[in-house]
Write a protein that binds this ligand. Sequence first.
Ligand SMILES: Nc1nc2c(c(=O)[nH]1)N[C@H]1C(S)=C(S)[C@@H](COP(=O)(O)OP(=O)(O)OC[C@H]3O[C@@H](n4cnc5c(N)ncnc54)[C@H](O)[C@@H]3O)O[C@H]1N2
Ligand code: MOO
Length: 404
Amino acid sequence: MSSPGLIPVDEALRRLLADVEPIPETDEVSLAEAGGRVLAEPVVAGRTQPDFDASAMDGYAVRAADTLTGGALDLIGASAAGRAFAGAIEPGQCVRIFTGAPVPTGADAVLIQENTRFEDGRCLPLEPVEPGRNIRRAGNDFARGDALIAAGSVMTPGRVALAASAGRPTLLVRRRPRVAVLATGDELVLPGDVVGPSQIVASNSFGVAAFARTKGATVLDYGIAPDDEAVIGASLDRAAAEGIDVFVTIGGASVGDHDLIGPVLASRGVALDFWKVRMRPGKPLMAGRLGPMRILGLPGNPASALVTAVLFLEPLLLCLAGRPAASREEVGILGADVPANDGRQDFVRATLSLRDDGRIEVVPLPRQDSSLLSTYASADGLLVRPVEALPARRGDPCRFIRLD
Ligand SMILES: Nc1nc2c(c(=O)[nH]1)N[C@H]1C(S)=C(S)[C@@H](COP(=O)(O)OP(=O)(O)OC[C@H]3O[C@@H](n4cnc5c(N)ncnc54)[C@H](O)[C@@H]3O)O[C@H]1N2
Ligand code: MOO
């Protein structure tokens, strides 16, 4: 079955991301706040690590040649992390040393304590060590001036620690994309409010906002607008005035008499990049821009709003943050037979589990109606069924996207 007038998911994504520029503004943040942020400058080492030869083990700093003779060594002092031994080791001497401590002058190896016997104040090496053994050379990790982390990198925990080690208390990162979320619909009330006849509790904006935050955005909740063009329009104007990068509306994206997002955007002269995508759920998805502000009109059905957020809002946020928006599709194994697909690319809510052979088994959940939040919330991923896919059997390879 063909679906005229709908554009393929890939094409919609291409149009959405066509000329997105990374947000140029930056924030200076402390290291404590830097995790997950995108670096706006390279991190260059302001120091050398370690900046002295350091012991990698607890034991004795020795002259390696002295351990070949089998004779006992005189203990002349100790070197601990933070408290170096001030003197130098002469032939026949050793210094007690601990992991991370500076290796004393004259020593060229560290003998681990398990390979020694201590008798009458003297240390007897039980086996020889070669020069350099158990010593971390100065500059082994990095040297002052080394380029450590490139601009545009996401600050993973390891990179935050590296920046700390390089001596940086703060970092320049790209400003987070600012997202405003507006729920629309006369039927909506806030969670906790009295639900009148024919009303429902607004849920999607909370899910979409939580999602956008986990993807690095600052999110403003614009609340609920009734099905009223003036109110929705005022919200759009507010977003433009507040410097919002992505204005996300939920609901009112379809063709009914009360679906007003399209008319409101038209009234502000917004040319839509696309409307209606060849996908399920999420067909009535619209995208446009008002000046520099991107607008994503997500469909109102809960699973449709959340799936389109995963497929479109996430890559848009990544691009705005200057991060590559690579495909998140992975290969798994079908855990159940699935029927042939029609003309819309299907994103089937599914559970994922690790099989004994290390592959991921993807099992579609039984009820796929796009109004079902209970199904969405118990899904670990989305089974991706291409347009017009043939029936597939349990055990066949398949593609899926993880939900996190
Ligand atoms: N004649 C047609 N009707 C519909 C079509 C179509 O192509 N032709 N598409 C259907 C599809 S697919 C979807 S998805 C929905 C989406 O329509 P809207 O974006 O206009 O969404 P609404 O009508 O406003 O709401 C749909 C549904 O979702 C509930 N909703 C809305 N907002 C929220 C919210 N923030 N939290 C929780 N639930 C929400 C709303 O009450 C409705 O039940 O249109 C189909 N119709
Ligand atoms: O695609 Mo609608 O998004 O099927 O419910």
